[in-house]
Design a protein around this ligand. Structure first.
Ligand SMILES: Nc1nc2c(ncn2[C@@H]2O[C@H](COP(=O)(O)OP(=O)(O)OP(=O)(O)O)[C@@H](O)[C@H]2O)c(=O)[nH]1
Ligand SMILES: [Mg+2]
Length: 380
């Protein structure tokens, strides 16, 4: 999966800029003896922000940008000149990105809107120059403040796709085929398990120019919530879907049992998934005759709306869209913003952690502090 373009997890080391040092300087001009302190303030250090950008779909652009450093503020100088402010850095992410602290796994924020901005690290304040400290009793202060130090933090960015309907089913259930039939998406389809290795999104058009987004995620197997199959890695993409469409092929021995397995895996992963609306689709009904369909319909779990579909013949697809649309527009519609993000369990992502061999660079802008040394000569 290393070459995949679908990047939904990155770890980034961020550092804000430190504040510039205040200057300790005295006015020296011809015919102006004892000109008094005139050391300017240091500039403030740049901050690190994270911002939603709807033009991005994945975190691919951040995959090779593992260090994000804002620049430091410049030091103050003579004639009360303030130092230059450091430049901010903005990490642009797709909407649906959740940010966690990489050291503790604690949840930091969730970016769901375009242009939503969250401050990750505040730049250090600049120090005050010595002219600020002039008083009636101390008219020649030699003291100036240093700037505030930089802050640093490693964060994990995790993408949880924003889609209305999530397809949930065992491998080979026909999930990708359905997506390819109802939307313009072209996912890979083949008659073997785990054809789909990364989520696909498609826009399903409905009557009167209305539409909703459907997400096809890799197949789920028993034990997925403990990491089996493609496991946990993709389950998070259905956390935000307001509706889950369970898909079970018509030739399955025991539909109810299979539904229970899928249901249990989801609940084990995150009990909150229980609150979402659910619809059951029995797929590949072209393989059955009417009598068998009738017999099957008596065995279905009674507590959720169900529909028989065939992506090959198109049977039941219109009915499925109607059901999905109705469910999406019910009062119980779950707002994508209302999900509660659990703190991350860092021990659960060993596969991804092997990418984290970040070499921490030396703090190279330390020499900022020496730049203005000549200012100090002024007050000797
Ligand atoms: N007869 C029939 N075959 C279907 C139907 N839908 C899908 N298939 C076949 O079922 C096989 C699996 O379909 P996929 O859409 O790749 O299944 P998937 O659920 O996406 O599978 P994974 O990506 O492996 O999880 C393919 O060979 C499809 O041609 C259907 O409605 N009728
Ligand atoms: Mg598939």
């Amino acid at each position: 999966m290393a070459e995949s373009n679908f990047v939904d997890y990155v770890k980034i080391y961020c550092r804000s800029g430190k504040g510039g040092r205040g200057s300790s300087h005295f006015r020296r001009e011809k015919y102006i003896p004892k000109g008094g302190p005139d050391g300017g303030d240091g500039g403030k250090g740049g901050s690190v922000y994270i911002r939603g950008n709807r033009n991005y779909w994945t975190l691919l652009h951040l995959k090779f940008e593992r260090h994000i450093f804002a620049t430091s503020g410049g030091s103050g100088s003579a004639k009360r000149s303030s130092g230059k402010d450091g430049e901010d850095r903005i990490i642009e992410v797709p909407c649906g990105t959740v940010v966690f602290d990489a050291d503790t796994g604690a949840y930091i924020c969730d970016i769901t809107e375009d242009k939503q901005e969250v401050l990750l690290l505040k730049g250090g304040r600049g120090g005050l120059g010595n002219w600020n400290f002039k008083t009636s009793t101390n008219q020649a202060p030699r003291y100036a403040q240093p700037g505030e130090p930089a802050l640093e933090r490693s964060v994990i960015l995790q993408l949880k796709l924003l889609a209305d309907v999530g397809l949930v089913g065992f491998p080979n259930a026909g999930k990708s085929t359905l997506l390819s039939v109802v939307s313009a998406a072209k996912p890979k389809i083949a008659n073997y398990p785990f054809t789909t290795l990364e989520p696909n999104l498609g826009i399903v058009s409905y009557r009167d120019n209305r539409s909703f987004v459907m997400a096809d995620i890799p197949g789920i197997i028993e034990g997925a919530s403990e990491g089996k199959g493609l496991g946990l890695r993709f389950l998070r993409h259905i956390e935000r879907n307001s509706l889950l469409l369970f898909m079970i092929p018509a030739d399955t021995g025991d539909i109810k049992a299979e539904y229970e397995i899928l249901h249990n895996e989801l609940v084990k992963y995150n009990p909150e998934l229980l609150t979402k609306s659910r619809v059951l689709a029995i797929t590949k009904v072209d393989m059955l005759d009417d009598e068998l369909i009738k017999a099957l319909s008596e065995e279905l779990p009674g507590n959720i709306p169900s529909v028989f579909i065939s992506s090959v013949t198109g049977a039941g697809i219109a009915e499925l869209k109607d059901i999905l649309w109705n469910e999406l527009n019910k009062e119980t519609f779950h707002d994508t913003g209302s999900i509660v993000h659990k703190n991350m369990d860092l021990s659960m992502c060993p596969i991804i952690d092997d990418e984290d061999d970040i070499a921490f660079p030396a703090d190279d802008d330390d020499n900022d502090w020496d730049e203005e040394d000549e200012e100090y000569d002024g007050d000797k």
